[in-house]
Design a protein around this ligand. Structure first.
Ligand code: F6R
Ligand code: MG
Ligand code: MG
Length: 366
């Protein structure tokens, strides 16, 4: 059996600079140092990336998904970064670390986790998408476009290895259940669920022809994990590309017409997901609009050759222009839906307090 490689992306917000807009260089340096020193002998390679106020640890290794050693390393790295964030009085230091002690796996402890294990192909291009100021369901529409929409991915029609379609694993974040859909046959059933991205999220996608995993995402919802507001769960997504999987350009094309996602200011507004270069991943206007960065790597015996900053390309200028226009328009709605999220989706609310105070002023309607 050929040896398998695992790519793990584990992310957290352990302090913003300034406000919630970016990560201070001292935290990036601390994360790099920690992975380099403590990860030696465990990791094959690593890259520390940021988007907005989130640190994404991109790691390759041979210990499989849910490896306690890799999870512990990521946890300890975020703890070390939190110490620096506290020292520098960065905003919201340690906000995504929900527990004091590590217990074998970071799932449910605050950080988001996306991992996949596979046999590295002769050519293994991988794109790591990372978003800020939104939630895991933000990937539903682009994953549908990449793996099920021939208007985005022409390979679905003309590549024999893609023509049989893909299987989508969907998670119900409220009931903690998962279900598999085989597409294209079950496209309409799939869309019934993933069109509601606040509750149903695409966790992974598998190729039917190759029998291989192609994509996987973080599906933790921090606010549900914590039972109280602790920030939107800015998600990450790993997509393998080419040779029966979407071409790099097909995967990126899924973001060319920015869609509206939940998040933005106070995790309580709708805004367009703007594809940007790593250096432009600094959401400022109304703490946004939400951003997505795409880092491309070629795997070489587990080594991460890259990244290529894929949305830096000029061909995404138009998408950014559309996103800015949509952002400007929807901001005009101010506190009215659909600018603001529906009452039960907002992460900040004064409704119970205001309702309580006004309760005796409400009268029956005749
Ligand atoms: C959204 C986000 C920010 C904050 C906002 C208020 O995910 O992180 O928009 O919600 O800046 O932050 P606090 O309540 O910490 O002052
Ligand atoms: Mg933050
Ligand atoms: Mg964030």
């Amino acid at each position: 059996m050929p040896e398998k490689v695992t790519i793990s992306v584990i992310k957290a917000d352990v302090g913003g600079w300034v406000g919630h807009s970016s990560v201070h260089p001292a935290l990036i340096e601390k994360a790099r140092e920690n992975l380099r020193e403590r990860g030696s002998g465990l990791l094959i390679d690593s890259y520390v990336a940021t988007v907005g106020d989130d640190i994404n640890l991109i790691m390759t290794h041979r210990t499989g998904v849910d490896s306690p050693a890799v999870h512990e390393l990521a946890w300890d790295t975020f703890v070390a970064c939190t110490a620096v964030a506290k020292e520098l009085k960065l905003y919201g230091a340690g906000q995504d670390l929900l527990s004091d002690a590590f217990s074998g796996n970071v799932r449910g402890m605050g950080p988001g986790v996306a991992e996949m294990e596979f046999v590295e192909r002769q050519g293994e291009p991988v794109v790591v998408f990372m978003a800020d100021k939104t939630e895991p369901g933000a990937w539903n529409l682009p994953l549908y476009r990449m793996f099920a929409d021939p208007f985005t991915t022409i390979g679905l029609i003309i590549d024999p290895k893609m023509h049989t379609g893909f299987r989508f694993e969907v998670v119900d974040l409220i009931r903690h259940k998962k279900v598999m859909f085989s597409c294209p046959e079950e496209l309409y059933d799939l869309l019934v669920f993933i069109g509601a991205p606040g509750r149903y999220c695409v966790k992974s996608v598998y190729s039917k022809a190759l029998g291989e995993i192609c994509a996987t995402s973080t599906t933790e919802r921090l606010n549900l994990t914590a039972g109280r507001y602790v920030g939107k769960d800015d998600p990450a997504l790993i997509v393998r590309c080419q040779s029966g999987m979407p071409a790099v350009g097909e995967a990126l094309e899924a973001f060319a017409n920015p869609h509206l996602v939940a998040g933005w200011m106070r995790g309580s507004n709708h805004g367009p997901l703007m594809p940007v270069s790593a250096k432009d991943a600094t959401p400022t206007r109304f703490d946004g609009p939400p951003r997505v960065v795409a880092l491309g790597f070629t795997l070489c015996n587990g080594r991460l050759l890259g990244p290529q900053d894929l949305f830096a390309d000029k061909s995404f200028d138009k998408a950014r222009q559309i996103a800015n226009d949509v952002a400007h328009y929807i901001r005009g709605l101010g506190p009215f839906e659909p600018g603001r999220l529906p009452l039960d989706e907002m992460e900040y609310t004064t409704l119970p307090d205001v309702m309580k105070r006004l309760s005796d002023r409400f009268e029956d309607v005749d």
